[in-house]
Design a protein around this ligand. Structure first.
Ligand code: ZN
Length: 171
């Protein structure tokens, strides 16, 4: 990209550089859900119409956007900014679980939805948080990963299909 801008669009490159510097200087973390935010509270946490009894837990700010766009979820979020990874020295405090525990104790949260990635680390993180929630008598649910809409079972890999079965929810 740097070569392209140098060869063809130095003005655009300058604008991009200014925008990036501005973002680096002004974008911090929401003090409630930890997502990237220009304000102390992100627009979702600050919105009075959100359902405060449900908390969706995701690994990254882009996951918040994905859930917002793909689902009708109206609750609040908690963004881990990563996942548990003991081999890399990433423990519960590094992904904000002490903050999460405070929220679960202080707020009227009835259910947490674990929407971490379907990787080994994501599953382990979801399991750890589910135990934390259950110790505080809060329901923990895991989103189901599954078969794409319009897809045929034949074309879905067996791991996905097996997870879709394991993750089935009462309807
Ligand atoms: Zn927030």
């Amino acid at each position: 990209m740097a070569y392209h801008l140098l060869e063809r669009n130095r003005e655009g490159g300058r604008r991009l550089a200014t925008t990036l510097i501005d973002a680096m200087d002004h974008i911090g973390h929401c003090e409630k859900c930890r997502t990237l935010s220009e304000q102390d509270l992100c627009p979702i946490c600050a919105h009075p119409g959100r359902d405060e009894s449900t908390l969706c837990i995701v690994e990254s700010p882009s996951d918040v956007n994905a859930v917002e766009q793909a689902t009708g979820f109206k609750g609040l979020y908690f963004v881990l900014m990563g996942h548990l990874s003991p081999l890399d020295g990433i423990g519960p405090e590094d992904i904000g679980l002490d903050n999460l525990k405070d929220r679960l104790k202080k707020e009227e949260i009835k259910e947490i939805i674990l929407a971490t990635n379907p990787t080994v680390e994501g599953e382990a993180t979801a399991h750890f948080i589910a135990q934390l929630a259950q110790s505080l008598n809060i329901t923990a649910t895991r989103i189901a990963y599954g078969v794409p809409l319009g897809g045929e079972l034949d074309y879905v890999d067996s791991e996905t299909l097996s997870r879709a079965f394991l993750g089935k929810r009462e309807m």
